[in-house]
Ligand binder design. Sequence first.
Ligand code: SAM
Length: 122
Amino acid sequence: IMVRELESKPVIITHEDDRLKDVARKMVENNINHIPVVDSEGILKGIVTSWDIADAVARGKTRLRDVMTRKVIVAGENEPVDVVARRIDKYNISGLPIVDEENRVKGIVTAEDISRLIGKIE
Ligand code: SAM
């Protein structure tokens, strides 16, 4: 099974100069935890999670660019699910963006998506 069969599309994205408050609202409204940060061409620039929002509140930060993670762990569209699952475990993260060769965001896959898949198999 390839990860692209599992990814959530269309993916909710945000931009580096967006306000943290709007990012938080997007998470709540869409019931999600991970939002990729992209530029105007859809190229991946970072990732922000609800954990980062909590951290920002704790430290009094208000700008996304000050709290987003810039070094993003990603998956390729044609990678098998088990390889991606191992990557999630290795880096202790709970979701990663799926990107194409140009680093354009195509989707997102979370540990929850993978658990759901395994739940269906067994
Ligand atoms: N283990 C929890 C989780 O999976 O969300 C929390 C710890 S995790 C180290 C939290 C940090 O990881 C946040 O700062 C977040 O921005 C970052 N993060 C989440 N997904 C990421 C990814 N795919 N690549 C790089 N960093 C990521």
